[in-house]
Each structure stands twice: as C-alpha cells, then as structure tokens.
Write a new protein. Structure first.
Length: 559
C-alpha cells in the first residue's frame, strides 16, 4: 500500500472515540467518493448540478468523474497526493472535486484570491503535487501564477485548468479522460477506493482565524460526508430540494452547505452567477427553494429582483455573523422560513431546524448537528464551565471536530484542551428552552475580522505591514461596514514617512497577499494606544475608527 505522507502530522482521534463513532454510525466505512457514487446509483436521472452553461445528472456526473479520475491516475496522481484547488463556482469545479477524490487524492481548498504568501506556504506544507486553477479569472492570470508556483517547488509537478481558455501543455478538466471507456474507468477507480481507510484524510481545509497564515485542517473520509448529510437532514432537504450556493464552493462552508450538503440526499445543486441581479434571475428560473446568505448577501432582500426569486423559497439560512433583526424580518416577510447556522472548518456545526419556533430561530444558531457533538461554554481565563445562560468561550469535540491541526504541535497545545475540546475563540452562551440547549454566538475572543464571511486574522496582516520598511508599529482592527459587516482598518506608525492607503495596498500586492486581506483604510498615528499592562489597546482603536466613520458620514451629509 502507498505510504501515507502525513505520518504523525495528522493528530489521530482517541481510539475509544473511534470505536464509539463507528459503533453508532457517526463514522462511515466508505470513502467520500464512494458515498457520492452510492447516491448517484440511487438517483441516476436526477439533476445533480446546474450552472449557467447547463446541467448534468447524477449518473452523468458519476460516469464523467470516473473518467477524469482514471485519466488523473494515468497522469501520475497517486492515492494521498494533494492538489491545490483555486477555482470559481462552475460545473467543472464539481467535476474536478469528485475526479480527484475518486483518484484517491486530497483536494486542498484554497481560494481563487490567494496569492504567493498563502499558496507558497500551504502547497509546501501539505506537499502538493498538483495545482488546479480557473483559466478565466478576469483580472489575474492564475495559469501563469500556477506555473510560477511550480517552478522550484519540491513536489508540484502538474498544473491543470478549468475554464474556456486552452493553454498549451496544460490539461483541461472539461476534456480530461473524455475518451476513457466508462467500465474501465470505474474499475480503475474501484481499485483505488479499496485502498482508502475511513481514518485517511479526504480533504484539507484551511482555518480562517488562527494566528499567522491559515492553518491546515485535515478532514477524514469517516466523517466529512456525514457532516454534510446531517446538515441536509437538519434542514429537511430531500432529492427534490433545489439548493443554491452563492459563496466560494470549494471552501468548507461551500462543501458542507452546498456541494456535499446537496448531493448527500440527492438534491439539485444550483450554481448561480455571483452578481445579485443575474443571480436572482437565475435562481428564480431554476425554482431554487433552499439558499444560504452570508453577511455580504444580507442586503439582497432589498434588491428589486428578490421578491420574484423569493416566491419559490422554503428555506433561507443566515450565517456568518450576528444576524440583524431587520434582515431576519425582511427575509421572512418576502418568503421562506428563516433559520441560522454556525459552523467552522475545524468541526462543530449548529443549525436551526424548520420546525424550530421563530423566537428561537431569531436569536439562536440552533443546536449541534450530531447526537455525539459535545459543547461546553467555559470561562476564557479559568477554563471552568459556566452555567447555561452565561457568556463564555465555546469549546467543542465530537465525531467531525478535528483533534488537532495538521503539523502544528505548538498551535495545538493552545487550541485544544487536555481532554480534546477545541477552543473556538468564540464567545457564546447556551439557553435551555423546552428541554433543548440552544446556542447563540455573542462575539469573538480571537482577533479576527469577519469580512463578508471571510475571516481575516489581524495578527497576520500586522506582520505583513511590518515588512514595509517605513512601518515601525501596526495594529489592525475591524471597522463596521453595512454591506460586508466588517472591513479592516490599519493603524500604522511611520515616523516621518507619510504612507497612504494606496502605498500600503501596493506593498501587499508586491508580496503576493490575497486581496481580501488588504487593509481598506489606513490611519497614520504617532503611537499606538496601550492598556495598563502595556498591550496595544485595540478596544480603543475600534472605538476610534467607529467615531471617525460616524464623523465622516455626518460631514458627507452636510455637503
């Protein structure tokens, strides 16, 4: 059998927990790709995916991804190889996802907006052997970027694309393996899948809020498909449900709520364009009845196209931040039962059920998906559990919550308790209502900016700012934003130098940082405020930027 490349870098679940999860059925004995294959055999004629270019059935998607997998194997992809995914939401991304999984490889869920700073680190961390990119990105050439990344890379040997643009010497997923005999391809896939164990890594996801560059999160075959299945069941999805997903699909939320969250029950996955007007028209035409809105979509209900689209909606999930009451009311008024979701790539997910009373759905994110999920609300300083109704740090463990980050021993000592609970860094409380413990999220301990659902670690951005020769000190804080919830503001100390926002953004561009992490406001100060213990007083900075933005709005109103 192929030697597994991760060795001790993947933290194992405790043996007693494994035995319990297997015994109760919380863990699957089949690999992720085989779980999809089983659904495809059950619903071969049902539409599996729709995008702007067309639709495909489960049977067609199963056969086509068998062919892609067989071709990938012939190109040298081996079980446990990892592949960087930098793709947008389209049919070909789904083809690639299942194709790599069927080849026994491990997709690494990065973003199309990631650049050298992130991709260079992550691809070497996991020893990636392939890099899949979207050739049609309008403002950045990901194909050339991938070629440059592979030059001198210790393991990267294969660049592939999705999209309309053909590149000489680079295979397109849309064409890969199209001539392969389907029976031979299925046999080749079956041989590879038989090698995989439930405890093997299926997917590498990335953290959104740990220190430094994103930490790598290993999700296992045993639990990852079940995580999405439980979410689909919580929402009452069936093979007749039409699920639209509007944020990046190859991202943990996209896989959980969109891709696997639709396919686990044989539902139809609809991939609209990402612009609000065209997206709503597309969703109305496809009669979408289930959709998730993150903070960047909270103003969609005010769009003139929304009411027509909302006529078909039966379920609308709001996620990513504390949901404003006005947003909840507006969405519910226009159609669809509104619920909430809380989740993380590290594991624990909570969601409201359709029959949950409105008073609970309005203020709570629901209850955990799995019977064996455990959550404790603890005092952040002492670690002692607090009574229900009191705010503390949310900690959790369970069948799909990781026991450790990949190859991150120092971080794991900080992020996990001695008895295996993950410290989320989120402030939360639990309310006992009608015999059930409902969770509400009350804030964050971690220094993270939530920009439209994308988490930006302030410390990482501060370290990048300090790489500029003129910046001696830096502090990054969230500033309120009506559309995205939060944006990042950088307070910098530069001495005699005068740096503008454009200067700072050019610095970030020059070192290859994903654009969503770039500061969107810069304030030059003589010194950063400090607390009585000598730490940077970020509370004071957040209050300062809020006041400054209020002043800006008032001044604009007087013009």
């Amino acid at each position: 059998m192929q030697t597994k490349p991760w060795g001790s870098r993947v933290v194992p679940y405790p043996q007693a927990s494994i035995e319990r999860y297997v015994r109760t059925g919380s863990w699957s004995e089949l690999p992720t790709a085989e779980r999809f294959h089983q659904v495809a055999l059950e619903f071969p004629r049902h539409v599996a995916v729709v995008d702007q270019q067309g639709a495909t059935t489960y049977g067609e998607l199963d056969r086509r991804t068998d062919q892609i997998a067989a071709a990938l194997i012939d190109l040298g992809i081996k079980p446990y190889d990892s592949a960087i995914f930098q793709v947008t939401n389209r049919m070909a991304a789904v083809l690639a996802w299942y194709g790599f999984l069927k080849a026994g490889a491990i997709p690494v869920a990065t973003l199309a907006s990631h650049r050298e700073h992130e991709i260079g680190y992550i691809s070497r961390k996991v020893g990636a052997t392939a890099h899949l990119v979207d050739s049609d990105l309008p403002k950045f050439d990901l194909v050339e970027f991938a070629k440059k990344q592979s030059a001198g890379h210790p393991s990267m040997g294969l660049v592939l694309t999705i999209g309309s643009r053909a590149v000489r010497g680079v295979e397109r997923i849309e064409e890969l393996g199209s001539g392969y005999d389907p029976v031979a391809a299925r046999m080749k896939v079956a041989v590879v899948q038989a090698l995989l164990l439930p405890s093997d890594v299926a997917v590498f996801q990335l953290s959104g809020g740990t220190t430094g560059v994103p930490k790598v999160i290993p999700r296992l075959h045993a639990e990852y498909w079940n995580n999405a299945l439980w979410y689909a069941q919580r929402l009452g999805r069936t093979e007749r449900t039409r699920v639209a997903y509007l944020a990046p699909l190859v991202h943990n939320a996209g896989v959980l709520c969109g891709l696997h969250g639709a396919h686990a029950v044989g539902a139809r996955l609809v991939l609209p364009p990402l612009e609000p007007g065209p997206a709503m028209k597309f969703m109305a035409a496809e009669q979408v009845d289930d959709v998730l809105f993150g903070p960047s979509s909270f103003q969609w209900p005010e769009h003139p196209e929304y009411a027509e689209m909302a006529r078909c909606l039966s379920s609308v999930v709001l996620s990513g931040t504390k949901v404003p009451g006005a947003v909840f009311d507006r969405v519910q008024q226009l159609g669809g039962r509104v619920g909430q979701l809380f989740g993380m790539a590290e594991g624990l997910c909570a969601a409201t059920a359709p029959d949950t009373p409105e008073s609970i759905r309005r203020d709570h994110v629901g209850f955990p998906l799995a019977e064996e999920d455990e959550m404790r609300i603890v005092d952040p300083a002492s670690g002692e559990e607090v009574p229900d109704g009191q705010i503390g740090e949310l900690t959790c463990r369970g069948p799909y919550t990781i026991p450790g980050y990949f190859d991150a021993a120092d971080r794991n000592q900080q992020a996990f308790t001695d008895d295996g609970f993950y410290r989320t860094g989120d402030l939360a409380k639990v309310d006992m209502i009608d015999g059930r413990r409902y969770l509400s999220i009350e804030g964050r301990i971690k220094d993270v900016i939530n920009r439209g659902g994308e988490k930006i670690n302030a410390e990482e951005v501060e370290l990048l700012l300090l790489r500029h020769p003129a910046i001696s000190s830096a502090a990054v804080v969230a500033m309120p934003d009506l559309r995205l919830g939060e944006r990042s503001c950088a307070y910098i100390v530069t001495g005699d130098a005068a740096l503008t926002l454009v200067d700072v953004q050019e610095h970030f561009n020059s070192i290859g940082v994903a654009k969503f992490k770039w500061p969107e406001r810069v304030e030059c100060v003589d010194a950063l405020p400090q607390t009585y213990v000598g730490k940077i007083d970020k509370k004071a900075l957040r209050e300062r930027i809020s006041a400054a933005m209020t002043t800006d709005v008032e001044a604009e109103g007087r013009r």
